[in-house]
Unconditional design. Structure first.
Length: 241
């Protein structure tokens, strides 16, 4: 993630499309960046709202058609001067050679960036589909509980996955964050930072939950905690959802 401006990763973080290392680095940045915390809060709320809508599948064969069109775009081969007896400088010392080498390095870098962004988009699209699958599953279960500090927490679960959303929350002051936990008889493990909730809403997709788990939300220091330091302001058992 050090190759990119962390401010550009708010969307991927909101959709849980970062890997573990990227998530830890971005959450460290998030603890120090108020604008990113506000943007993440808004994006996660939007993702949850979109997840509750019925998604229309892409037309059959769309991906294959796009890949075929991309494969047709070819680069021209290099032009080589084979004239005998002509003394020339090495290609990398010639002005055009320098420009070509710069463009080659630039194109490789942009190509790697495009592949990385494509993978992130694929992960985000996959996550959006998973959210939709949970929120539209005919066998889904849903439970609501009031948040101790104001607002309402909602948990929707289906097939070992869940979507948590809290609305009407009290925005936290600078230096604090809401943090989500998956709690079982052995303890609590973090399910991610939810930000200060400046708009009053937060949400998170939970890919692996069990009937004996409880989803709890606490108020923690801005950078988050490795274990809860306060009592949950809301805790919803998965079996109740």
């Amino acid at each position: 993630m050090s190759d990119y401006d962390p401010h550009t990763l708010t969307g991927a973080y909101s959709l849980d499309a970062l890997d573990d290392a990227e998530r830890r680095q971005f959450e460290a940045h998030l603890a120090e960046c108020e604008s990113c915390r506000q943007e993440v809060a808004g994006l996660t709320a939007t993702a949850a709202a979109l997840g509750s809508a019925e998604a229309a599948p892409a037309p059959p064969g769309l991906r294959d058609r796009v890949l075929r069109e991309a494969a047709r775009t070819r680069q021209l081969p290099p032009v080589v001067d084979l004239a005998a007896g002509r003394a020339t400088r090495p290609w990398y010392r010639q002005p055009l050679g320098i420009a070509a080498s710069f463009l080659l390095v630039l194109s490789i870098g942009l190509g790697a960036f495009a592949v990385d962004q494509s993978r992130r988009a694929d992960r985000a699209e996959t996550l959006a589909g998973r959210i939709t699958a949970v929120t539209t599953d005919p066998g889904r279960q849903q439970a609501q509980q009031p948040v101790a500090t104001g607002g309402t927490g909602t948990l929707i679960s289906a097939g070992g996955r869940a979507v948590f959303r809290a609305t009407g929350l009290r925005p936290l002051p600078s230096g604090q964050t809401y943090q989500l936990w998956i709690i079982d008889p052995s303890g609590a493990r973090s399910a991610g930072l939810l930000g200060r909730a400046p708009g009053g809403d937060v949400s998170r997709f939970l890919p692996g939950v069990r009937p004996q788990d409880t989803i709890g939300m606490t108020v923690e220091p801005g950078g988050g905690s490795s274990a809860p330091t306060t009592d949950p302001v809301v805790a919803i058992p998965v079996r109740a959802a």
